[in-house]
Ligand binder design. Structure first.
Ligand SMILES: O=P(O)(O)OC[C@H]1O[C@H](OP(=O)(O)OP(=O)(O)O)[C@H](O)[C@@H]1O
Ligand SMILES: Nc1ncnc2[nH]cnc12
Length: 186
C-alpha cells in the first residue's frame, strides 16, 4: 500500500486513480504493435480532468515554475490549465512549421516515428524556471528534444511532468538530467 504523507502525495494518488479509470488503451494505433494511451475519455470527464490538472499544478507549484512548456498537441491541453492554476506563463513547443516567428528546431525519434519540434528563439531566457508538461513519457525522445530547446534559450529546466510513463520503454534513461514526475507508471 502507498503511504500518503503530503498534499503532493495525495494529489498524485488521486491523479493516478483518475487515469486508471479514464484512459483507454487502443491496440495497434498508430501502427501495429503499439498500445496507444488515449486520454480523450479523461478530457471529456470534468472531475477526472480537474484532478489530474490539480496534481500537475501541485508539481509545478512545488518546483517553483514560472513557465510551463507544453508539447504539441496533447501537451497543450494540459499545460494551459496547469499554468493558469499556478500563475505561470505558457510556452508552446510545436511541430515543425507551425510557429510564425524565428525558431530553434530539434529532431528526434519517438515510439512510433520521427519528428521535429520548434520553439520561438526568444520564448524563454535566463531567469525562467520551466516545467515541461506532456501526457506520455515513452522513449523520452520528445522530452529530450524539448529540454534541449529550452536550454538553448538559456532558461532552467526544472523537470518533466507527465500523466503516464511507459516504463518498458525506459524513457527516463534518455533524460537522466531531468527530474520526472509521472502520475501513473505503467
Ligand atoms: O517519449 P516519446 O517516445 O518521445 O513519446 C512521447 C510523445 O508522443 C506523443 O506525442 P505525438 O508526437 O504522438 O503527438 P500528439 O500529441 O500530437 O499526438 C506524446 O504526446 C508525447 O509527446
Ligand atoms: N503508447 C503511446 N500512447 C500514447 N502516446 C504515446 N506517445 C508515445 N507512445 C505513446
Amino acid at each position: 500500500m502507498t503511504s500518503i504523507d503530503t498534499p503532493q502525495d495525495a494529489a498524485l494518488a488521486a491523479g493516478a486513480e483518475a487515469l486508471r479509470t479514464h484512459v483507454r488503451d487502443v491496440h495497434d494505433f498508430p501502427q501495429p504493435g503499439v498500445v496507444f494511451k488515449d486520454i480523450t475519455p479523461l478530457l471529456a470527464t470534468p472531475a477526472a480532468f480537474g484532478t489530474v490538472i490539480g496534481a500537475l499544478a501541485e508539481t509545478a507549484r512545488r518546483a517553483g515554475a514560472t513557465v510551463v512548456a507544453g508539447i504539441e498537441a496533447r501537451g497543450f491541453l494540459l499545460a494551459a490549465p496547469v499554468a493558469d492554476r499556478v500563475g505561470a506563463g505558457i510556452v508552446p513547443i510545436r511541430k515543425q512549421g507551425k510557429l510564425p516567428g524565428r525558431t530553434v528546431a530539434e529532431s528526434y525519434a519517438l515510439e512510433y516515428g520521427t519528428a521535429t519540434l520548434e520553439i520561438h528563439h526568444d520564448a524563454v531566457g535566463p531567469g525562467d524556471r520551466v516545467l515541461i508538461v506532456d501526457d506520455v513519457l515513452a522513449t523520452g525522445g520528445t522530452a529530450a528534444a524539448a529540454a534541449n530547446l529550452i536550454r538553448h534559450g538559456g532558461a532552467e529546466v526544472l523537470g518533466l511532468a507527465v500523466l503516464m510513463e511507459l516504463t518498458f520503454l525506459a524513457g527516463r534513461e534518455r533524460i537522466p538530467s531531468l527530474d520526472v514526475t509521472a502520475l501513473l507508471a505503467i
